[in-house]
Each structure stands twice: as C-alpha cells, then as structure tokens.
Write a protein that binds this ligand. Structure first.
Ligand code: PMT
Length: 336
C-alpha cells in the first residue's frame, strides 16, 4: 500500500494508535508500516471533545498522522456536533494531498510572507507577531507541486527553502513595490503576509527622546497589496489570508467580497484561538477556506500539511475556474 486510511477511526482506535498497541490486526498493521497514515475520526461528539481524545489526536498529528475531519452535524446517536465521518469524496481529496505532485507544474506562484516593519524613528518600529512560517510552508508546498515560486518576505528568521526565488523586504511599501515589480507572468498570488495596515506619517531621523508627557503618533494607511494586485490584474487567481480575533467566518466572507479575490484562508489569532495555539508563530494551524461558491475546513495540522492541502484546493479551484495568467504571451488552457 502507498498509504493507510482508517475510516472510520473510532475514539478507541485513536487511543490504541497513540499508545502504540499491536494486539489486533489493524493496530499491528499501522505500527508495522512505514507508509503515510491517515485517520478519519468518527464518534459521538462528546467522545471527540473529550480531553483524552483531543490529546490523542494532537499527539498523532505531531507524529505526522494526517487527520481528515471529523465533520460537524447530526449524528447517528441523535446528538449534534463534531464527530461525523467526512464524506467519501472529501476523504479522497484529503488523501490525495499525500500524493500530490505536479498539480501546479507550469505555473508561477508568488507568495508574500512574514510581517512588515514600519519605522517610528531610527531605532523603533511598528510590527506584528508573524514568524513567516505559514507563508514559507505555502511556498514550499507550491514548489513541491511543481510551480516556479517567488517568495516575497518581510523580516523573518527562517532559512530559504530550496528551489525558489526569495526577495527580502522590510516595509509594506517595499513589499508592494517588490510584488508589483515581479508580478508579470505570475499565475497565482497567495498573500499570507501580515502587512502593517498603518505606518507613521513622519519618521524621526534620530532616536526620539523620552519625555514625561504623553506623545502622539500620527499614522497613515499603507497600500493594500492584495487588493491592488487584484484591481490591477483582475484575471490573476488571488488568495488572501484573514487573521481574526473574532467573527472569523463573517470577516473572511467580507474580505472575499471587498478584495474581490478568488479565495480567503481564515485563521484565528490571539486569545480567541482556543483549538490552536493561534496562527502566529506556532508550527500548527487550522484554516477555514472561503470562495465564491463554497467553503471548507482544514483542521488543526502542521503548517506544512495545511499548506499542501491548501495548494491542492487552490490548484483544483484554479483549474475549475480556468483562470488565465496576466502575461498575455502565456495562455493557460481552459479545463476540458
Ligand atoms: O507567519 P506566521 O507566524 O506563520 O503566522 C501566519 C499568519 C497568521 C500571519 C497568516 O496565517 C495570516 O493570517 N496572514 C494574514 C494576516 C493578515 O494581516 O490578515 P489581514 O486580515 O490583516 O489581511 C487580509 C489580507 O490582505 C492578507 O492576505 C494580507 O496579506 C493582505 N494585506 C493586508 C494589508 C495590506 N496592506 N496589504 C495586504 O496585502
């Protein structure tokens, strides 16, 4: 076998797998195998929410086991909530993520990543907690999927993944200028960067001296890179991220409409991120994807895994929509 999918994976089986048991055929096979493992949890919602099951699921995720679902909804036992087995076609699409290769071959993908820094004076700046991990995982997944990748990143402490072009920037304006300078020929633009929305109107040339009284900082908006890319190149397939501390779905849908992009990947940040450590800085994340005619959920997983799933969804949607590159010389064929 190239992979093992356990569907349905009961609470008991997840516990057995976590423990490394081998006293029945299925757990022995899983323990003795070195192919990728995928679990499709299905159980009563309270069993799924139980701290023991949640801990087991996290342990398995950390060991690289792919978790497909569970879905939410009505259950066979009469209760409602998370614990339903994902539909077969969703499971299949999730499993295909393990084997994706070449889904973006021939495409050029630009990814923005990390934070930007907006200088206040010679030694201080405004910024945020983005580590760049999500964006780097997305860029690597696009490389794995066969794309030529341009990674435009703010100041992060991450080493450059193989086989891509990295362009370093510091400010939102520099990110904007760099994106615009290299966008020609790009087929898919994925904006994972946490770009500062405001910058100081005036930047002191020296270090501002401490005084006893309050001071005020006047801020002006930075250019919205994603919105501007979409406005200038309406046929470019654009994916935005939404980092939210409340009303995740509502704000994500709003960004989808307002920025006119093909997809928004929404994630929780800050104290509202109860299921995850929050997207900022951590190695794991969970995403809710929204596009014009649909939505889907990518549950808690390592950022690398999530990025692969995201790239697969983007590739499928892009092919369905038959988008064209913005480079007129290079025509992308419409799907049959
Ligand atoms: O870097 P990590 O530590 O791994 O964390 C990942 C992440 C939380 C930064 C990432 O998953 C994420 O959510 N990125 C987007 C964060 C954000 O700034 O969201 P936003 O809602 O403010 O912006 C919406 C979209 O517009 C984003 O795609 C953003 O890149 C883009 N934008 C925003 C402002 C601006 N001036 N220009 C933009 O292009």
């Amino acid at each position: 076998a190239d992979a093992i999918l356990v569907a349905p994976a009961s609470a008991d089986f997840l516990a057995r797998l976590t423990q490394g048991r081998a006293d029945d055929l299925l757990s022995a096979i899983c323990l003795a195998s070195d192919v990728p493992l995928a679990m499709a949890p299905a159980m009563n919602t309270r069993m799924w929410q139980n701290a023991a099951t949640q801990q087991n699921a996290r342990t398995l995720l950390a060991r690289g086991v792919l978790m497909l679902g569970p879905d939410e909804g009505e259950q066979a036992c009469g209760e409602t909530g998370a614990g339903r087995l994902q539909a077969p076609e969703v499971l299949l699409a999730g499993l295909a993520e393990l084997f994706q290769s070449g889904v973006l071959s021939g495409k050029t993908v630009m990814v923005t990543a990390g934070p930007t820094r907006e200088a206040v004076d010679a030694v201080r700046y405004l910024s945020n907690h983005s580590s760049g991990k999500m964006g780097f995982s997305v860029a690597e997944a696009a490389v794995e999927a066969g794309a030529r990748v341009i990674l435009v990143c703010g100041p992060v402490g991450l080493s450059t993944p193989d086989h891509l072009q990295r362009l370093n920037v510091v400010t939102a304006q520099e990110m904007f200028d760099t994106v615009m300078a290299h966008i020609q020929g790009v087929d898919i633009f994925i904006a994972t960067a946490a770009v500062a929305d405001y910058r100081p109107v005036e930047v002191a040339t020296g270090k501002t001296k401490k005084k006893a009284e309050r001071i005020q900082l006047e801020l002006e908006p930075t250019p919205d890179i994603l919105a501007e890319v979409k406005a200038r190149f309406p046929r470019l397939f654009c994916v935005g991220f939404a980092a939210e501390t409340e009303s995740l779905d509502e704000y994500a849908q709003d960004k989808l409409q307002r920025k006119g992009v093909e997809m928004i990947a929404a994630n929780w940040v800050g104290p509202a991120a109860t299921d995850t450590e929050g997207a900022f800085g951590s190695d794991t994340n969970a995403l809710r994807l929204f596009w014009k005619d649909g939505e889907s959920e990518l549950p808690l997983a390592s950022k690398d895994k999530l990025a692969r799933q995201l790239i697969l969804q983007i590739a499928q949607l892009e092919e369905m929509q038959g988008q064209h590159t913005i480079d007129d010389d290079k025509v992308v064929s419409l799907p049959a």
